[in-house]
Design a protein around this ligand. Structure first.
Ligand SMILES: [Zn+2]
Ligand SMILES: [Zn+2]
Length: 361
């Protein structure tokens, strides 16, 4: 009897040991496959000719486990421009298979923390990604110099560690950090867009928008190979006349969106718990953002082809909340309306007249 029990115990121990070995082997094999897949991503070369937009951050300052704060990459041929860089978005960009080393410049819409918090990481990834010998250009309205000087100071020690550890061939000291390129922009009551860049068939425009007291604040437009896209940044669309001028006839209109009826639920919860601070903040944020319905009306007035809602407030823990978030938007705009997600890519193929959606997650 004793011998049988020892035999069973021995078999059980052997099975457990084999299970552990198998699990370890399997985990390692899966990890190798994942690393190989990540390293072999050739996302840019897979895109057809045209203008494309990849979302590396579609959230806001409100915590959201599925959305980093603001970040989008405009892809025009082999040129990459990043619009805003919220905390954590540089990692998203790399996970999407976008080569940070190829970033030509960053464009900032305004200087709220959820639009600039990832700049340090982004500049580091771009520097190390290709061993750049020049800092990363960061374009923005007046004030961008102050932001960039602060980041450069904060990351100066990190830069010496990187060069010290990897050597000057990998981390050339002259390529560290960012270089501010400020442009002048008139007040948000002005309607005329300003041309920032025109070369290689690409044109970039900016116009002032109303996001007071966050001022200056701008929206951007990109035109390339007959296709066009507009990124709103944060704004109150109804009091931003220049935005309508910028958005006119855009193939793709990306507008930030806040749904007050869902925010009401947070306000109700805060009031029930006597949390006056949260209640006040959730009321304050409404007056300098745009509702999905207002965004849809702006898209309709601009005769845009496709509308994507971005900078999603409040956080949506499930896609089942999308109809509640959209509200009555579809009655104001009859074209396609999508809610942006991290990893989403919108493709405006040259010669086409619609938008196609991909996922790079
Ligand atoms: Zn924001
Ligand atoms: Zn803002």
């Amino acid at each position: 009897m004793k011998r049988v029990l020892f035999g069973i115990l021995g078999l059980a121990l052997l099975a457990t040991a084999l299970g552990v070995v198998f699990q370890t082997y399997l985990a390692r094999a899966l990890y190798e496959r994942r690393v190989d897949r990540q390293m072999s991503l050739e996302r840019l070369s897979e895109l057809p000719a045209g203008l494309h937009l990849a979302f590396c951050g579609t959230g806001s300052p409100l915590p959201d486990p599925s959305r980093a704060p603001s970040c989008a990459v405009v892809i025009a041929g082999d040129r990459l421009f990043v619009v805003d860089s919220g905390a954590g978005s540089a990692g998203n960009l790399l996970l999407m298979g976008i080569p940070a080393g190829q970033i030509e410049a960053v464009l900032l819409t305004h200087f709220h923390s959820d639009h600039i918090g990832g700049l340090g990481d982004l500049a580091l990834q771009r520097w190390i990604g290709l061993g750049h010998t020049e800092p990363l250009p960061v374009m923005g309205p007046q004030g961008v110099e102050t932001i960039i000087a602060g980041f450069n100071q904060a990351y100066a020690m990190d830069a010496t560690y990187r060069t010290g550890h990897h050597g000057e061939a990998i981390a050339p000291p002259s390529g560290f950090g960012m270089e501010a390129q400020a442009f002048e922009i008139a007040g948000s009551d002005q309607t005329a867009p300003v041309k920032l860049l025109e070369n290689g068939g690409l044109t970039i425009w900016a116009v002032a928008v109303d996001h007071a007291p966050a001022s200056p604040a701008v929206a951007y437009r990109f035109d390339y190979q007959g296709r066009s896209l507009v990124m709103s940044g944060d704004l109150a669309a109804d009091t931003s006349p220049g935005f309508q001028a910028l958005a006119a006839g855009a193939d793709l209109l990306v507008i930030e969106a806040l749904q007050p009826r869902l925010l009401d639920i947070i306000n109700d919860g805060a009031r029930r718990r006597g949390n006056e601070r949260l209640d006040t903040i959730m009321v304050d944020i409404r007056d300098y953002h745009t509702t999905p319905e207002q965004a849809a009306a702006a898209a309709s007035a601009a005769q845009a082809q496709t509308l994507v809602l971005n900078h999603i407030v409040p956080a949506l823990p499930s896609r089942s909340l999308h109809p509640a978030f959209l509200g009555n938007a579809a009655t104001a705009f009859t074209g396609p309306i999508r809610i942006a997600e991290d990893g989403m890519v919108v493709s405006l193929v040259a010669g086409g007249d619609d938008a196609t959606f991909l996922s790079w997650r």
